[in-house]
Design a protein around this ligand. Structure first.
Ligand SMILES: [Zn+2]
Length: 532
């Protein structure tokens, strides 16, 4: 290619405003963010959400496309572009097939504290590489830094070779890591932790940021199925002086500290200011805490989102000034969404929905099924083991082959009101054509070395809960799997795209956009509207 052509090409690319390549990739996950929050609350957003949603490339139909709608799998998929069947992170926790020991997705007994804090966690269980790994392999001077309230979010988004993954520690009131990444915390992190951020920055009360009339449209602030935020389900929520470091988790300030820390990381590590592409991953966790506690329709959730919108607005303005408007690209998505409070769906949406209390509605029935099967098979050992495995050898001793035993297990489970289908390991380890609903989502979730012998699907709009309050996620239904997916850079031609895409597309899209290569066996694909 001659020089003139190169110059013309360069000019034409910059003319469209596409940073080629970007000096900084900012990859944001809002834990438990439902895609419909943007449509619902768009007119109230003025900051970062507004910039992304009104000016970016917005995929309005982005789905996880796998059943395990949980935080660990969600962040692993965002990072790696692989569904859990390839990332290995098939749930937040699992029971090891060989030892029956319980495992947490980022637990690592060989990863220790750093400067007497943090420790115990690493990406050792992740079996795929992530966008930061691809970047660093091709550009060793690039930096990859991640920050979140949650260890699993920070670690799994960062992949195997992040320079640092930082997560929040309530007792320190600051950010910690493990010796998987470093032998000592950088000086600026020590200074940040010593600054007593929460006492200085969190107010005495979490109060509503907009006029009351904006909240009243959502329904009542007090709702019987909301978990209490300390003593109340309604605003204002009071912090205890001296305990704010602990209590900001579950409030907007739990996200503000992460955004402040991220800006500090940009400043101190010179992200986006060197002659390479850097990657900053930020996962904001408090939508998840508030969603679990007060639900996606609560005044608390609305207020939290308005706050996050402002924090992200501050972050982007900081990047405009310090990295340069034309030098960075932002991607925003979520690890999963959430089911509304069943009681809210019944009362305000006329949807058939139900809360099953685990200790009274589920456990006695699965225990009962186990007892019946033991008696029938004349076995002294359990037939259902740790809610995960089937004692096939007890079946064989009783003259039942594996299919016959599975039929009994399935019939027993489906006699329990909460369950509508059961998927067995043999069905999940194949890609053979099947008419079973949601089977492909379950297969995409199933990493066979760690997979259970069976998974069940819960009834739609229903949750299994430990008590009468709050809600959860984890199903293959769209209320749990429909997430936002937005890309923004300065002067991008904004548009909304309604075809179905997946959160796994984010990582290869960012890689292709920034001009580095990625493995050819990913589940995600580069999205043409972003990379063309
Ligand atoms: Zn989550």
């Amino acid at each position: 290619m001659n020089k003139i052509l190169v110059v013309i090409l360069f000019i034409s690319l910059t003319a469209f405003g596409k940073p080629t390549p970007p000096k900084l990739i900012v990859f944001i996950s809002i834990d438990q963010m439902r895609a419909d929050y943007f449509e619902r609350y768009d007119k109230y957003f003025t900051g970062g959400f507004h910039r992304l949603y009104s000016k970016g490339i917005v995929y309005s139909n982005a789905d996880l496309n796998y059943a395990a709608s949980e935080t660990g799998p969600g962040h692993a998929t965002l990072g790696t572009g692989c569904y859990p069947w390839k990332s290995g992170i098939l749930s937040n926790d699992w029971v090891e097939r060989t030892t029956l020991n319980e495992m947490y997705c980022v637990k690592d007994s060989s990863a220790h504290q750093v400067d007497s804090v943090g420790g115990g966690f690493s990406p050792r269980n992740l079996v795929a590489t992530a966008v930061g790994d691809w970047l660093k392999q091709q550009s060793p001077n690039s930096k990859v830094i991640t920050a979140s309230t949650k260890d699993r979010a920070a670690i799994l988004m960062g992949g195997k070779h992040a320079d640092y993954a930082f997560w929040y520690n309530k007792s320190v009131g600051g950010m910690v890591t493990s010796d998987y990444y470093t032998k000592t915390l950088p000086q600026w992190v020590k200074a940040f932790n010593a600054s007593n951020w929460s006492e200085k920055n969190a107010p005495e009360q979490w109060v509503k940021i907009l006029p009351e009339s904006d909240y009243a449209k959502l329904g009542p602030d007090e709702f019987s199925a909301e978990s209490k935020w300390k003593n109340s389900t309604a605003f204002p929520h009071n912090f205890t002086t001296g305990k704010k470091a602990e209590e900001i988790v579950g409030s907007p300030y739990g996200d503000k500290i992460i955004v402040d820390f991220a800006m500090k990381a940009v400043q101190e590590e010179n992200l986006g200011k060197r002659n390479v592409t850097d990657l900053l991953c930020i996962s904001l966790s408090n939508c998840d805490y508030v969603g679990h506690g007060q639900g996606p329709d609560s005044h608390e959730m609305f207020d939290l989102l308005i706050n996050i919108d402002r924090y992200l607005g501050e972050l982007f303005e900081y990047l405009d000034t310090n990295v340069g408007k034309d030098n960075y690209v932002v991607a925003l998505s979520a690890d999963h969404a959430v089911c509304p409070l069943p009681e809210f769906n019944v009362e305000f949406r006329n949807i058939t929905a139900k809360r099953y209390i685990y200790s009274t509605n589920i456990k006695p029935k699965t225990d009962g099924l186990n007892s019946i099967l033991k008696k029938e098979l004349n076995s002294i050992d359990d037939i259902l083991i740790k809610n995960s495995f089937i004692n096939y050898s007890a079946g064989i001793q009783a003259g039942l082959d594996s299919l016959q035993l599975e039929q009994k297990v399935k019939a027993g489970l489906l006699s329990i009101d909460a369950f509508v289908d059961v998927y067995f390991r043999r069905e999940l380890m194949t890609r053979e054509k099947s008419d079973k609903l949601f089977i492909e989502k379950y297969r995409n979730s199933y990493y066979s070395p760690r997979g259970k012998d069976f998974l069940y699907r819960i009834r739609e709009n229903c949750i299994i809960s430990s008590n009468a309050y709050g809600t959860t996620h984890g199903s293959p239904y769209s209320y749990d799997t429909h997430v936002p997916l937005i890309f923004w850079w300065n002067n991008v031609a904004s548009h909304k795209i309604s075809r179905e895409v997946h959160s796994a597309d984010a990582a290869p899209t960012l890689a292709k956009f920034a001009g580095f290569s990625f493995p050819n066996n990913l589940d995600g694909v580069p999205l043409k509207e972003v990379v063309q």
